[in-house]
Design a binder for this molecule. Structure first.
Ligand code: G4P
Length: 538
C-alpha cells in the first residue's frame, strides 16, 4: 500500500468537474449601438472582477491605450480587439467574452461564438431586430448556442413590448419566454414584473452614472397600490403572454427552441443584476466537447483547449502575438507543456495571460470554460488544438462565405518581403481569407472578407505593423461557392466569374451576382458549385 492517501488524479478530476460546473462562459452580442459596451461595463460593476480591482471596461475603459491599433479603434469609436473578462458572481465564475463592436459582421464575432456556451442578445427597444441581430441569431441557431434576449433602453420611447415579442417569433422562429415584463411603456419605465415570483422590481431613477442597481423589490399588492394603472396593464399583458407564448422550459431553452427575455436599461444599471442571476441559474456550464471524429472529450479528461482567436499588434510596446485558448477539459497550469495537434510539437505555456482591453495579468491556473491568452504563440493558428496526455483534435472552425473581394498590391515594390510576411500573418490570424490564381500571380493575391471593415483593418496593419503599405482594388464579385478542378474550365468560360484557390487548398468560384450563378447551375447542372457553410446562414 504505497499509494498516497489522496491520489492526485482523482482529486484533480473532482476539482475540474466542480470548477467546470460553476463556470458560465458567454458573449454579449448585438447590432452596434444596442448597448453592448454599456452592458459589459454594468455587468462588471455588479460583480467582483477576479484579481483586478477597478478593471471596468467598455469604451471609456479603453481610452488612453497607446498602440496604433487602439488609435484606430478610438478614432472610429469601435472595438476590434477582443478577449475575456472574468468575474465572480454568487458561487459562479463568469467568463464574458468580448466581441468586436464594429458595424460589419466579421469572422471574429463568429469565432468568439465558437468559444461560448451561451449568448446574451441585446435588442434596442426602439429599433427591434436589426440586420446584425438577425445574422447573429442565425449563427447561434447554427452552432446550437442557447440565447438569452435582453430588450435594452426601456427608459427611452420604443416599441410596444408585445409587438417586440411578435417580432422575435416571426423573424427568428424562436419562442420568447419573458422572465420579466415591463411595468410602464418604453420611455416611462417604472420597473418590471418578475414572472418567476410575481413580484415587482421597481426602477428608481438615480442621477447620472449610478453604480448600484436602482432596484427595489415589492410584492404584487404593494405594486398594485403604488402603480395601479401600469401594474394592471402589465398584469393583463402577462396573462395574455401566458395564453400565447410558452413559459420557460430549461430543455427547450438549451435546445434553441425558446429564448428567455428580460427588459433592461443598461445605462441605468436596471435589470443587470437579474441578468446575472438568470445567467448563473439558466445558462449551461461547460460540457464535454466533441472532437473531429465526434467522440466527446469530457471536462475531466486531461487538459485540452482550442485557439479561437489570434491577435498581434495589440500593444505597440510589445509587438507580440497572442493566441486565445478556450479550455475544454482538464486543468490548465501556467508553465505546463502541452502538445500542439497541428505540428505534434510541445508548446510551453510560460506566458499565459488574462486579457481584457488593455489590462493584462498572468493566469496561473484555469479550468474548462476559461479563456487563456498565450503570448508569443507564433506557431498557433485559429482552430488549432492543444492537449496533454490523451491526444485530441477539435473540429476546424468553419469560415464564413466571403462577400467582398479586393486585389491587394504592395505600393512599394521593394518591400516585397514585408508584403508577403504581412499577408501570411493576417491570414493566419484570420483577419482576411487570401485567394490566389496563376493568372493574378503571387504579387497580386485577393483578400476575401465577410465585412468590408476587415479590408480597412488589414490595410492599416499592413502599413503600420509590417511596413508594407498596400493598395486595394475592389473586385465586382459578391459571392463565393466551392468548386473542383474538373469544373474550373467550364466555369471560367462564362463571364462574371473567376476561380481562385484559397490557402487551405479549397477552390472557390466567385460570382458577381446570384443570377450569374443560377444561370450557370441551370445550364450546366453537372458542375460542382456547392455553397460554403455560411451561405446557409442569415
Ligand atoms: P454598443 O457597444 O452596442 O455599440 O453600444 P454602446 O454601449 O456604446 O451604447 C450605444 C449608445 O446607447 C450610447 O450612447 C449609450 O450610452 C446608449 N445606451 C446604452 N444603453 C442604454 C440604455 O439602457 N438606455 C439609454 N437611454 N441609452 C443607452 P451614445 O450617445 O452613443 O454614447 P454616450 O456618449 O452616452 O456614451
Amino acid at each position: 500500500m504505497t499509494a498516497p492517501s489522496a491520489s492526485r488524479p482523482e482529486a484533480t478530476s473532482t476539482d475540474v468537474v466542480a470548477e467546470a460546473a460553476r463556470r458560465r462562459t458567454f458573449a454579449v452580442i448585438s447590432h452596434p449601438d444596442a448597448g453592448k459596451s454599456t452592458l459589459t461595463e454594468a455587468l462588471a460593476l455588479h460583480a467582483r472582477v477576479i484579481g483586478q480591482a477597478g478593471a471596468v471596461h467598455g469604451k471609456a475603459g479603453r481610452r488612453g491605450t497607446v498602440s496604433d491599433w487602439m488609435d484606430m479603434e478610438r478614432a472610429r469609436g469601435i472595438s476590434i480587439t477582443s478577449a475575456a473578462l472574468q468575474f465572480a458572481y454568487r458561487d459562479a465564475v463568469v467568463n464574458l467574452l468580448d466581441t468586436p463592436g464594429h458595424a460589419d459582421f466579421s469572422e471574429d464575432t463568429y469565432r468568439v461564438l465558437t468559444a461560448v456556451d451561451a449568448a446574451v442578445m441585446l435588442i434596442d427597444a426602439a429599433k427591434g431586430l436589426e440586420a446584425q441581430t438577425m445574422k447573429l441569431f442565425a449563427v447561434c441557431r447554427h452552432r446550437g448556442i442557447p440565447v438569452i434576449t435582453v430588450v435594452n433602453k426601456w427608459d427611452r420611447p420604443g416599441k410596444d413590448a408585445l409587438a417586440l415579442m411578435d417580432e422575435v417569433v416571426e423573424r427568428t422562429g424562436l419562442t420568447p419566454t419573458a422572465l420579466t415584463w415591463p411595468v410602464g411603456i418604453a420611455g416611462d419605465f417604472r420597473g418590471v414584473l418578475d414572472r418567476r415570483d410575481g413580484s415587482y422590481r421597481r426602477f428608481t431613477r438615480t442621477a447620472g452614472g449610478a453604480t448600484v442597481a436602482p432596484e427595489e423589490q415589492l410584492s404584487a399588492a404593494e405594486a398594485a397600490a403604488s402603480e395601479p394603472d401600469a401594474w394592471a396593464q402589465a398584469q393583463e399583458e402577462v396573462d395574455l403572454l401566458a395564453a400565447t407564448a410558452g413559459e420557460h422550459d430549461q430543455e427547450l431553452f438549451l435546445s434553441g427552441v425558446t429564448t428567455p427575455v428580460l427588459f433592461a436599461s443598461a445605462v441605468s444599471n436596471f435589470g443587470v443584476g437579474t441578468l446575472l442571476d438568470v445567467l448563473v441559474d439558466l445558462a449551461p456550464a461547460p460540457a464535454g466537447r466533441p472532437d473531429a471524429d465526434g467522440a466527446v472529450r469530457p471536462v475531466d479528461a486531461p487538459f485540452s483547449g482550442f485557439v479561437f482567436k489570434v491577435q498581434s499588434g495589440m500593444d505597440a510596446a510589445h509587438r507580440d502575438r497572442l493566441a486565445y485558448i478556450r479550455i475544454c477539459s482538464g486543468v490548465f497550469e501556467r508553465g505546463m507543456v502541452v502538445t500542439h495537434d497541428a505540428t505534434g510539437r510541445p508548446f510551453a505555456t510560460k506566458y499565459a495571460q488574462q486579457v481584457f482591453g488593455r489590462e493584462r495579468e498572468s493566469i496561473d491556473v484555469a479550468f474548462p470554460g476559461d479563456v487563456v491568452g498565450l503570448v508569443n504563440a507564433s506557431a498557433l493558428h485559429v482552430g488549432d488544438t492543444l492537449f496533454t496526455e490523451r491526444p485530441v483534435s477539435f473540429p476546424p472552425l468553419t469560415t464564413f462565405a466571403p462577400e467582398h473581394f479586393a486585389v491587394v498590391r504592395s505600393i512599394e515594390t521593394a518591400r516585397h518581403k514585408q508584403f508577403r510576411r504581412g499577408i501570411e500573418q493576417l491570414e493566419s490570424e484570420g483577419v482576411v481569407q487570401v485567394l490566389r490564381s496563376d493568372r493574378r500571380g503571387d504579387q497580386a493575391p485577393v483578400f476575401a472578407v465577410v465585412g468590408p471593415m476587415q479590408f480597412e483593418v488589414a490595410s492599416h496593419r499592413m502599413e503600420q505593423e509590417f511596413g508594407a503599405p498596400v493598395h486595394l482594388e475592389p473586385l465586382p464579385y459578391s459571392l463565393a461557392v466551392r468548386t473542383d478542378e474538373a469544373s474550373v474550365a467550364r466555369i471560367t468560360a462564362s463571364s462574371g466569374t473567376e476561380v481562385l484557390r484559397r490557402s487551405d487548398g479549397e477552390l472557390l468560384a466567385l460570382f458577381t451576382t446570384k443570377w450569374v450563378l443560377r444561370v450557370l447551375r441551370e445550364g450546366k447542372p453537372d458542375l460542382t458549385l456547392e455553397p460554403l457553410v455560411a451561405a446557409q446562414l442569415g
